[in-house]
Write a protein that binds this ligand. Structure first.
Ligand code: ZN
Ligand code: ZN
Length: 285
């Protein structure tokens, strides 16, 4: 057992809360137990990695922050050439080892390909920031999902740290775009909060939340009531899928206002994977 003291207090508190919520989800959504178990290990490693980080992945000039945000530009531009990804790459290798518990052959192969230079981590990161092409092959798509998740997670500690540093500037900036103010990624999940149901989108790439119009598609900007709708499953109104019939995309929305629970959207994103499957089956991407 390790003892936990000092500056780590805040992060450890957050980690503890997340792990408690995760345990709860394992009971209410037992078919996601294995995935949630693995994710619990990821959360522990995420905290440790974040705590030991030495560098940012790129310089961010404080005096450009306000201007960027007011112009609708995310703080980090992943098309720039000077990203320092060494620490994230190391974390990625550790993540592959954790994932090996559910998918051994797959991750061993990836580790080998990375070590032998046949697979380029930086290129994988850059590709994850451009809209990916869907593959028809089910096995191939399963591998893509896993690798996509791990690539995203590998950058999370370093991006979360930057997001934390600029949280107040972001709140002040009144950012209202459909993509993340820190890293530019599109959200996959959001939540309704406060009595009046203010809508917040969540970036699982860096953990940032920002407020967004309730009736508007984050992806194409559509605000037309008749082409925006949502569906729920098994009458569970706490989870829904918002869909846009103009661009055919969807986003999951969590509404815990009735139960007064505070949602951990990382965990809810995993515990609602059936909603992604359903949305895809309904023709939304
Ligand atoms: Zn982000
Ligand atoms: Zn749309």
């Amino acid at each position: 057992m390790q003892t936990v003291v000092g500056v780590r207090g805040e992060n450890m508190k957050k980690l503890k809360e997340s792990l408690e919520k995760l345990e709860k989800r394992k009971d209410t959504n037992p078919h996601y137990r294995e995935l949630l178990d693995i994710f619990g290990e990821v959360l522990i490693l995420r905290e440790k990695t974040g705590r030991n980080l030495k560098k940012d992945i790129c310089p961010i000039l404080d005096n450009h922050v306000e201007k960027k945000l007011s112009g609708g530009l995310p703080l980090i531009d992943f098309s720039r050439g000077d990203l320092d990804l060494a620490e994230s790459r190391n974390y990625f290798l550790s993540l592959l080892k954790i994932a090996g518990k559910i998918n051994e052959g797959e991750t061993e192969g990836l580790i080998r390909e990375l070590e032998e230079g046949r697979l380029d981590y930086e290129q994988m990161v850059r590709e994850s920031f451009s809209h990916r092409e869907e593959t028809e092959d089910e096995e191939e798509s399963g591998r893509e999902d896993l690798v996509g998740f791990l690539i995203e997670e590998s950058l999370r500690p370093v991006l979360e740290r930057i997001a934390g540093r600029y949280r107040e500037s972001i709140a002040r900036s009144d950012w209202r775009e459909g993509y993340c103010p820190v890293c530019g990624k599109e959200p996959k999940i959001g939540e309704l909060r406060e009595e009046e149901g203010a809508r917040y989108l969540f970036c699982s790439q860096c953990g940032t939340n920002w407020q967004f119009r309730r009736i508007k598609c984050p992806f194409c900007g559509n605000e037309e009531q008749k082409t925006l709708s949502y569906f729920t499953v098994e009458e569970d109104e706490r989870y829904r899928v918002d869909v846009c019939d103009r661009c055919k995309r969807y986003i999951k929305t969590v509404d815990f206002r009735k139960t007064q629970e505070e949602a951990d959207l990382d965990i809810e994103d995993i515990a609602t994977l059936h909603l992604d499957v359903l949305a895809n089956e309904e023709g939304y991407d």
